[in-house]
Design a protein around this ligand. Structure first.
Ligand SMILES: C[S@@+](CC[C@H](N)C(=O)[O-])C[C@H]1O[C@@H](n2cnc3c(N)ncnc32)[C@H](O)[C@@H]1O
Length: 274
């Protein structure tokens, strides 16, 4: 433990002691509680721990080492090339599920840029009569989402489809959710190494001001929303004003509002179709 902790700290990994404990649990294949500090690791497990510590020092995110991450009350498979769901998006999912529960029977719901399928799965689990469509432009993301949808037994309820935002979609939805790429391009180089080097740029790069994807979705969403239908977007702090102004500029959304996340940052844009 002290070797792993020292190595991680020297490698610039934050909260090195906690990370060392998590990696040890991963190496021995048990929860941390199952490991006693007085136990001796066999050479096999020590080898596994060494490889995990080296990979973590190179910046590989813990979720990619584990191959799994938690989202709300379920687990999602993650693999390289796919965006790892964040805690803020769990809050977006909760907001969306709240709106979903109020909708009439058999609501049609759309998740744009589904990644691992996190939001689509959360929505399908929240309401058994919801018909969920989830799209992504990246085949690696769609393959991962397909794995998760199947693993959670939701393949009858979630339709996965390759699409550049709305390009291959038809019909109307009562609820559209998205966590689009929203990092301003010049900020990409300042992201932590584990994000910059291990997560897909396509999932992060929101164009010059970070607003390109959100504006594109905002501009097209009203054509795909039923009357009174909701659009929910995750945004970066500081983007709310520009998006509300854009939406009020006649894209066809009314009742626009912005909600803060648990850290008190403006994080979610909500708009309702006329
Ligand atoms: C920030 S990630 C969000 C993933 C997932 N929804 C989540 O919250 O964990 C953005 C996703 O949008 C996808 N994406 C980026 N540009 C897209 C486009 N033009 N059309 C469809 N999906 C796109 C990326 O491949 C990525 O999976």
């Amino acid at each position: 433990m002290s070797w792993a902790c020292g190595e991680l700290a020297r490698g610039g990994v934050e909260e090195a002691a906690r990370e060392a404990r998590r990696l040890l649990a991963l190496a021995v294949g048990e929860g941390p509680a199952a490991w006693s500090p007085s136990a001796t690791l066999s050479r096999y497990f020590l080898g596994r721990l060494r490889r995990l510590v080296e990979a973590r020092k190179r910046g590989m995110p813990f979720a990619l080492l584990a191959g799994w991450t938690g989202f709300l009350d379920f687990e999602l498979k993650v693999w390289p090339g796919v965006f790892i769901p964040r805690p803020e998006t769990e809050e977006l999912a909760e907001l969306a599920c709240g709106l979903l529960r109020e909708l009439p029977p058999r609501p049609r719901v759309l998740d744009l840029g589904t990644g691992t399928g996190a939001l689509a799965c959360a929505l399908a689990r929240a309401r058994s009569d919801a018909q969920v469509v989830a799209v992504d432009c990246d085949p690696r993301a769609l393959a991962c989402a397909r794995w998760n949808v199947r693993n959670l037994g939701l393949d009858e309820r979630i339709r996965l489809q390759r699409s550049h935002w709305f390009s291959s979609l038809e019909g109307e939805f009562q609820l559209i959710v998205s966590n689009p790429p929203y990092v301003a391009r010049e900020g990409l180089a300042r992201l932590p190494r584990e994000v910059r080097e291990f997560e897909p740029r396509r999932a992060l790069d929101g164009g010059p001001q970070g607003l390109e994807a959100a504006k594109s979705i905002l501009a097209q969403a009203p054509r795909f929303l039923s009357s009174g239908g909701w659009l929910l977007l995750e945004i970066a702090p500081g983007q709310a004003e520009a998006l509300v102004t854009f939406a009020k500029g006649g894209v066809g959304l009314v009742e626009t509002r912005v909600e803060k996340d648990m850290a008190g940052k403006e994080r979610f844009f909500l708009g309702r179709c006329k």
